[in-house]
Write a protein that binds this ligand. Structure first.
Ligand code: ZN
Length: 303
């Protein structure tokens, strides 16, 4: 196993006890440097102990471990590639998502497993979590306190999955439609004026087809879709409809306002539908739906 810390040092695990000591020291240093930046709620010693456990769990010595609060990133790409993911994707997304939405960190330190290809992903998910993945990209498992990714499919799904543990910590009753709407918005994301920004993506064309076929449910229906219905009875439009509602709100500078208003109103308005109407300043939601559908039909991917 190798560890890369914030100072670009690489320790090879040839002399186990010394390496273990350095690993903990570096992990703590790395956690400390990042802690001040991300305002992590865990002490350095917790990360050091966590990294030590993770080292035992790693399938072989080719895994690089990088503390990226509130996560620990562990992957079997090259150490430089893992570091690039940890800094460029994970630390970046955490910082931007916290700035826009989330005041609290998840309650536990979570692992982000970045498996370098399909074989590594499927074999190791089975070995470590006793589960064959039901998606080829990656998933968040609350029970395992882990994000499990086939990173060969790109960093987009990683940003999507990072949203879920933060949503669980900050808005535990958030309905699936908004949890997945915001998660999938940032599957294709970058930075605009210092803010995380979602762009059009592969979910667009299927949604446009469904709009043309008049198969997209009303927003009242989408908002009242429970967790089981959202995932199990999806007619194929739930993720895309939620994503492009969030996209529309973002483009009208209303997404953050909607999220924070909805959180405030969550007891009186658990589906978010009334808050959506009020943030949009629209009473006639049929008219809004048809405006939104026309808007979505004009979007392009790639743009
Ligand atoms: Zn998701």
């Amino acid at each position: 196993m190798q560890i890369v810390n914030g100072f670009k040092n690489i320790v090879r695990n040839k002399h186990t006890s010394l390496a273990a000591f350095i690993l903990i020291a570096f992990a703590a240093a790395s956690a400390r440097s990042a802690t001040s930046e991300t305002n992590s709620s865990f002490p350095d010693a917790d990360y050091a102990a966590h990294v030590k456990e993770l080292r035992k769990k790693a399938p072989d010595d080719k895994f690089t471990i990088i503390v990226t609060p509130p996560f620990v990133v562990i992957g079997d790409e090259t150490p430089a590639a893992v570091k690039h993911r940890a800094d460029g994707t994970v630390a970046w997304a955490v910082k931007k998502l916290k700035k826009a939405y989330f005041a609290k960190d998840p309650k536990e330190i979570l692992d982000i497993w970045l498996f370098k290809d399909k074989d590594s992903y499927e074999e190791n998910a089975q070995r470590l979590f006793n589960k064959k993945p039901d998606t080829s990209f990656g998933y968040y498992s609350g029970i395992d306190h882990a994000l499990v990714m086939n990173i060969a499919t790109g960093g987009g799904t990683l940003v999507h999955e990072i949203v879920h543990p933060f949503m669980a910590a900050n808005f535990p009753d958030c309905p699936s439609w908004l949890n997945e709407g915001i998660g999938s918005l940032y599957e294709q994301s970058g930075e605009e004026n210092g803010q995380i920004h979602g762009y059009t993506n592969w979910r667009l064309s299927g949604l446009q087809d469904a709009i043309r076929a008049k198969k997209v449910p009303s927003f009242k229906t989408l908002c009242s879709t429970g967790t089981n219905e959202f995932y199990e009875k999806d007619r194929g439009t739930n993720y895309a409809q939620a994503r492009y509602l969030c996209y529309y709100l973002q483009q009208h500078d209303l997404l953050k306002k909607f999220y924070h208003q909805f959180y405030k109103n969550r007891r009186e308005d658990p589906t978010g539908y009334n808050t959506l109407k009020s943030v949009l300043a629209r009473d006639d939601m049929d008219a809004f739906q048809s405006d939104w559908e026309q808007y979505v039909l004009k979007l392009r991917f790639p743009d």
